[in-house]
Ligand binder design. Structure first.
Ligand SMILES: Cc1cc2nc3c(=O)[nH]c(=O)nc-3n(C[C@H](O)[C@H](O)[C@H](O)COP(=O)(O)O)c2cc1C
Length: 386
């Protein structure tokens, strides 16, 4: 066992919140909410990650309005009742020493669509027959996301102001629900990213055209949310660092945008990419290899001084720790690998030479596992994760 703590397992303090390690479970929509309310699946699902040793457990994108839901199965935070329903989740996550975080979102022109496993596309008659509602989505312009998708209603200026307030109210509810970090979803082609990207935003007023104009609404949202949550609470923003499409949002835009976010008091830029594939475009530029988006996090951190979170195909403890050591990021978000293995943080600790005696596992497991491990070793059996 090593005596120096690997960076992945050293605590990090941001404003008034300290996370026990640098591992965040990435926000992942489960598409099984009912009218925006969590079901018992959510309770069990998020509990696994808190028990599994993550520093931060992100609860999936929760919509700030009813029509902002991407699918009929998306979580909501548009009423106080929704906030109340999330309290048991936050309370359990905290009881296990993890920090509960909520991603607040609006699906924009990608709303009113099928759940992932139903096809991820526009709703079909069979979805409606099965009880799904369909509605007109909203966006920066009346440009559909792709061929065959619903044409959005282009938000008017008073509606943009109203949406800024919806995000701020949602953030207040997140605090009320017991979350200790709020993240604003400004990635993946959803409402706020669609204002940023010239591929989706074709407005000719002060919310479209120049970079300054396209940033105006997302920055107003960040400002309103920052003012709505306690001074000592960290605020994250997830961005799509690039569109991966020629003529789209580029890394230089993300650097510029991050400078502004930092000025407003955003603490961490969570660096994802893509999601704004429009009709006729291809994602041939998208090269997916381990840590393929981490370079964006490195550049934003280096050029603006803001903290970053790296995400995307980070599956090994070695890579996660190396990205921190090489100053690509301050936090590492794990998505599908955590679905596969919710105790990934505990296994990562072991892999990095810590936790050989299961010290960081919940006491309900640790005593047994320690004895079990020595028993297995005595009979020559190796421990593995499956
Ligand atoms: C089931 C599932 C649901 C997702 N839902 C969200 C979401 O609600 N918000 C978000 O920003 N990203 C979402 N993502 C993207 C992940 O947060 C993450 O960025 C992506 O999976 C890449 O990380 P990974 O390679 O570690 O999985 C989702 C991904 C998956 C697999």
């Amino acid at each position: 066992m090593t005596t120096t703590i690997p960076l992945l397992f050293s605590p990090l303090s941001i404003r008034g919140t300290t996370v026990r390690n640098r591992i965040a479970i990435s926000p992942m929509a489960m598409y099984c909410a009912e009218n925006g309310f969590p079901t018992s699946f959510h309770g069990h699902h998020y509990a696994k990650f808190a028990i599994g040793g993550a520093g931060i457990v992100f609860v999936e994108q929760a919509s700030v309005t009813r029509v902002g839901r991407i699918t009929n199965g998306c979580l909501g935070i548009w009423s106080d009742e929704h906030a109340d329903a999330l309290k048991p989740l936050t309370s359990f996550i905290k009881s296990q020493g993890a920090v509960p975080a909520l991603q607040i979102a609006h699906g924009g022109r990608k709303s009113s669509t099928q759940r992932a496993w139903e096809g991820n596309g526009p709703l079909k008659p069979e979805n409606i027959q099965n009880g799904d509602e369909s509605w007109t989505p909203v966006g920066p312009s009346d440009l559909a996301f792709a061929q065959g998708w619903r044409k959005p209603h282009a938000l008017t200026i008073p509606e943009i102001h109203a949406h800024t307030a919806y995000f701020a109210k949602a953030a207040v509810r997140a605090v009320e629900a017991g979350f200790e970090i709020v993240e604003i979803h400004m990635a993946h082609g959803y409402l706020l990213q669609s204002f940023l990207s010239p591929l989706a935003n074709k407005r000719s007023d002060e919310y479209g055209g120049s970079l300054e104009n396209r940033m105006r609404f997302p920055l107003a949202v960040a400002t309103a949310v920052r003012a709505a949550i306690p001074e000592d609470m960290p605020l994250f923003v997830r961005i799509s660092a690039v569109d991966w499409i020629e003529g789209g949002w580029e890394i230089e835009d993300s650097v510029e945008f991050s400078h502004e976010l930092k000025r407003i008091g955003v603490d961490v830029v969570d660096c994802s990419s893509g999601g704004n594939l429009v009709a006729g475009a291809t994602n041939a530029n998208l090269k997916r290899s381990p840590g393929y988006q981490a370079e964006f996090a490195r550049r934003i951190k280096a050029e603006t001084g803001i903290r970053t979170q790296a995400v995307g195909l980070i599956r090994t403890a070695g890579l996660a720790n190396e990205l921190l050591e090489s100053e690509h990021a301050d936090l590492i978000a794990i998505g599908r690998q955590a679905l596969f293995n919710p105790s990934w943080p505990h296994h990562a600790a072991e892999e990095l030479g810590m936790n050989s005696a299961f010290q960081q596992w919940p006491k309900q497991y640790a005593w047994w596992l320690k004895k079990w491990k020595s028993g297995l070793a005595a009979s020559g059996e190796a421990l593995n994760t499956w």
